[in-house]
Write a protein that binds this ligand. Structure first.
Ligand SMILES: Nc1ncnc2c1ncn2[C@@H]1O[C@H](COP(=O)(O)OP(=O)(O)OP(=O)(O)O)[C@@H](O)[C@H]1O
Length: 266
């Protein structure tokens, strides 16, 4: 049994109870091994949790479980006190966004790839980001040289990962599950990405769970380790998370973005 609760006194934004996941098995008997079970997790609005652990320990599986994307996993999930079962899977995934390790950027331009989610029914009524908002976001994460008209298939892995992150974050999720978004980046760009996501989390009350293999960057409020099916947590006493906006010189969020955040929050 692993438990992780960031005890701030407030109601958690995301509650995970009794999460379990089994490994795939080709056998038809009951020999499917458990990757983890009995994991509880509470994360509050604006908090940043780093999820670490050995390769294969189940970090991605836990994130996809929380995103309701993992058929091998089960959990009782609530968001803002609303049971996941009272939302469609699409509604849940719009609010609890999973950013996969491998980026998938359909469309013929970077802009098309970023605004694509706005064609989804679950985003109906949401105002899509304009060119300037996309430009500002690209600039903030070290992609000043990437034009909005660039074919996304021509991007490097690290560039594509950042574009994919921007696409997820500009949908204003309440929870962002970022699976090794900084894995292929140099230290400077990894820091820019960390600061951009942390800044967004603080400004908009987004909870951020990051799977990372890099050294701690000081932005997390806590570091949770998943190993041998158990989750343990160490709060970070003096995280720089609250100062994340200091080295980050992006413009204030646009009014349209703030309005959209409110709409998505409903
Ligand atoms: N789609 C899948 N079908 C079957 N088994 C899977 C699937 N995805 C992952 N697994 C298995 O689940 C276990 C946990 O994998 P997972 O990717 O969650 O670990 P991880 O901690 O994220 O690893 P890494 O740090 O290497 O990315 C592994 O044994 C893996 O082989």
């Amino acid at each position: 049994m692993g438990n992780f609760t960031m005890d701030t006194g407030a109601t958690p934004l995301l509650q995970v109870r009794d999460a379990s996941c089994r490994a795939a098995s080709s056998s038809t008997d009951d020999s499917e091994a458990s990757i983890f079970r009995g994991i509880d997790l509470d994360v509050h609005a604006g908090q940043i949790l780093d999820l670490v652990g050995p390769s294969g320990s189940g970090k991605s599986s836990l994130l996809t479980c929380i995103a309701r994307l993992n058929p091998r996993a089960n959990a009782h999930l609530t968001l803002d006190g609303v049971d996941a079962n009272d939302m469609s899977v699409e509604q849940w995934r719009t609010r609890v966004a999973y950013l996969p390790q491998k980026s998938l950027l359909p469309g013929s331009t970077v802009k098309e790839a970023i605004v694509l989610p706005y064609t989804f029914a679950s985003m109906h009524g949401a105002q899509r980001p304009d060119d300037q908002q996309i430009r500002d976001a690209l600039d903030a994460v070290g992609l000043a040289d990437v034009e909005l008209t660039r074919d996304p298939h021509d991007l490097s892995g690290g560039q594509a990962a950042r574009v994919s992150m921007i696409r997820s974050i500009l949908m204003f999720p309440k929870v962002l599950l970022a699976d090794e978004v900084d894995a292929g980046l140099d230290d400077t760009n990894a820091w820019l990405v960390g600061v951009y996501m942390a800044d967004f989390a603080h400004r908009h009350g987004m909870a951020l769970i990051r799977v990372r293999h890099r050294a701690p960057d000081g932005l997390a409020d806590a570091i949770a380790t998943l190993a041998e099916g158990r989750l343990t947590v160490e709060p970070v006493e003096s995280s720089h998370a609250a100062d994340a906006s200091q080295p980050h010189d992006t413009a204030e969020p646009q009014t349209a973005q703030s309005e959209q955040a409110e709409r998505n929050a409903q």
